[in-house]
Design a binder for this molecule. Structure first.
Ligand SMILES: Nc1ncnc2c1ncn2[C@@H]1O[C@H](COP(=O)(O)OP(=O)(O)OP(=O)(O)O)[C@@H](O)[C@H]1O
Ligand SMILES: [Mg+2]
Length: 356
């Protein structure tokens, strides 16, 4: 096992696309780190540079304390699992899993034993003599995982390994990956565009946007203290509501006004500068109240059992509220809402950076 360090890493592709820019990051030994961000933000490029499948334009990458910028992929002691499994179609599951061990000239008996052991852990012992074409997507992905695990690399790299699976299987495999990581403890970097997957899998999460790291933190840190508007709206579902306006102090109170709304805040944000701000409110931080100054004209009401997502117009914006234990309102109803104390966050309108 090993730590991985990126120091001011950048990548410009031939043709000029700046895919990754000035990214510095330390992945601790044994950590499960998730890179998350929208399509095209540079996640795969970053991972492929760690793997050595892509050259590095600027900065350095080190694995286990050694700079690997010019080390061949095969000499980096990493194993990568891709979205499309990338199994050899003409080989059985066993041969696929054995292949890397064979190249390393591990004796046949040891190879066999190791493959059987890992196949047992992954629940694919019965599949070992089948070729990929005779397996389901989920089974193929298990074999691809098995092929990475048998090698006992210093670092696992995963590029959206579950995104070809159906929702149920994805959730199941996610739990299995977590258990597996707990057991083997290998340093892992996992790429996904799915914020829920990032939140549930990562010891820490790295949110990327347009080639740059926006924030690094535990799942709860990035959820509760997003560094900027991008992170705030990317993490969390339904998406955080954003109102645009300004803050003023009236008789000791801090009032946000904008989008045809006036909202009392408990305290002025520390970085308040009197300029334009964006007010961020998570749907679950809105609650029904007779005294509420936020009047929502309900357009869509989605009961989810213990809670109901209510969407509609308020002032001149759309808002979503996630309300607990209520009789779901109907379209056309008007509900009054308050923001739970201390739950709103403020972002500078120009930079998007969090003010409080
Ligand atoms: N081989 C390449 N040549 C030129 N540009 C590339 C190449 N590979 C990726 N890019 C560009 O670099 C940027 C980052 O791509 P990358 O594949 O790293 O994104 P990603 O975050 O993995 O996206 P996705 O979630 O869609 O997989 C994109 O603008 C993409 O078009
Ligand atoms: Mg990608």
């Amino acid at each position: 096992m090993a730590s991985v360090h990126l120091n001011s890493v950048g990548k410009t592709y031939p043709g000029g696309t700046r895919a990754v820019d000035d990214c510095s990051l330390s992945v601790e030994d044994g950590e499960f780190l998730v890179l998350v961000g929208p399509s095209g933000c540079g996640k795969s490029t970053m991972l492929r540079m760690v793997a050595g499948l892509e050259t590095i334009t600027d900065g350095t990458i080190s694995i286990g304390g050694n700079v690997v910028n010019s080390v061949q992929p095969k000499d980096r002691d990493i194993a990568m699992v891709f979205q499309n499994y990338a199994l050899y179609p003409h080989m059985t599951a066993r041969k696929n899993m054995e292949f890397a061990l064979k190249i390393r000239k591990i004796p046949r008996d040891q190879r066999r034993a190791r493959v059987e052991e890992v196949a047992g852990q992954l629940g694919i012992s019965e599949l070992l003599d089948r070729k990929p074409a005779a397996m389901s997507g989920g089974q193929q992905q298990r074999v691809a995982l098995g092929r990475a695990i048998v090698r006992e690399p210093q670092v696992f790299l995963f590029d959206e390994p579950l995104s070809n699976l159906d929702a149920k299987l994805r959730t199941q495999m996610r739990a299995e990956l977590k258990t597996l990581h707990r057991r083997v403890g290998t340093t892992s970097i996992y790429v996904t565009h799915d914020q829920e997957e990032a939140m549930t899998l990562g010891d820490r999460v790295v949110v990327m946007h347009e080639g740059r790291i926006q924030q690094v933190g535990s799942p709860m840190e990035v959820y509760e203290h997003p560094a900027n508007r991008f992170v705030a709206t990317f993490i969390g579902a339904p998406t955080m509501n954003i109102l645009e306006g300004s803050l003023e102090t009236r008789g000791g109170r801090t009032v946000f006004s904008g989008n045809g709304l006036e909202v009392d805040l408990d305290a002025p944000p520390a970085g308040m500068n009197g300029g334009s701000v964006c007010l961020g409110i998570r749907p679950e931080h809105l609650a029904l109240s007779e005294q509420g100054t936020i009047e929502l004209d309900v357009e869509v009401s989605e009961p989810l059992g213990d809670m109901t997502d209510v969407a509609g117009r308020c002032g001149d914006v759309q808002l979503v509220a996630r309300l607990r234990r209520i009789n779901p309102p109907s379209p056309g109803d008007r509900v009054r809402l308050v923001i739970e104390p201390g739950a709103a966050c403020c972002f500078d309108a120009a930079s998007g950076n969090r003010l409080d």
